[in-house]
Structure formats: C-alpha cells, structure tokens
Design a protein. Structure first.
Length: 147
C-alpha cells in the first residue's frame, strides 16, 4: 500500500510538472515575438504619423502594434476606455495622413481566451481529479480487503 501511495504521488508530481511546462511553453511562445518590439508613447506615435513613417497599425485588446516603413515594429499600450484614434486626433494627427495608414483591429479569439484564461485553472483540476479518485478507490479497496 505504501508503494502505491509513493507511485501515486510521483505520478501526480510528474503530471503537474508536465502541465506546468506545457503552460509555460505556451505563454513563452506567445510572448517570444515581443522581444524585438520597442514601446513608445501615443505622442511619439502621433509624431511618426505626421512624419509619414508609419505603414500599418494593428490594434489588439491591450496593445497596438505599429509597423514602420523602415521595417521596425513598435508597440503602445492601448487603454480600452479611450479610443486610440480619439487620442491621435486630440494630439493633432493629420486626418489625411492617418487615412493613408492601414489600420486593423484584432479581437481576442475564443481559442486565445481558452488557452490564456481558462486552461491554467481548469487543467490542473482535470489532471488531479482522476489521481485523487484512484487514490480514494485504492484506499476503499484495501480497507474492504482487510475485513
């Protein structure tokens, strides 16, 4: 019986480690492309738009990626309460120059939501639950065999 508990604990530990490695790998893959991105302010973005240095803007939920004509990628944090375009207009960006820029808005997909929010909380329970049921089943079975 002690051998079974030892094997159960080792297997639960290994499953937890593998789950953690999977989740860490997923989060690192998602943020690995962000290493070469320079963070700028909205006023810096408005200056670059007026100087016609910006090629494309991709607006995400929390950030906006700025693709310059030189090939560099920059990023600004996008406050959801205030529209980025309103900020740019308030800072005096020329509307004609802004109209020349390709602007895309990306929404968070359901799969991104599952992997980033629900999976880290649900997956450990789904993995640990069968192990706990197996341990309880083994305890009840060994208790019945002793009688």
């Amino acid at each position: 019986m002690k051998k079974f508990f030892l094997i159960s604990l080792v297997s639960i530990f290994l499953v937890a480690v593998l789950t953690g490695m999977f989740l860490l790998t997923f989060s690192l893959n998602k943020s690995a492309k962000r290493l070469d991105v320079i963070q700028i302010s909205v006023s810096e973005l408005s200056r670059k738009i007026n100087e016609e240095q910006v090629n494309k803007i991709i607006i995400n939920d929390e950030t906006a990626d700025i693709y310059l004509k030189s090939g560099k990628v920059e990023e600004i944090f996008n406050n959801k309460k205030v529209d980025l375009m309103e900020k740019l207009y308030d800072l005096g960006v020329d509307k004609n120059k802004l109209a020349k820029i390709n602007i895309e808005i990306k929404k968070q997909t359901f799969l991104d939501y599952i992997f980033s929010v629900l999976l880290p909380f649900v997956l450990p329970f789904l993995i640990a639950l069968p192990a706990i049921i197996l341990i309880i089943w083994h305890i009840i079975r060994s208790y019945k065999n002793k009688k």
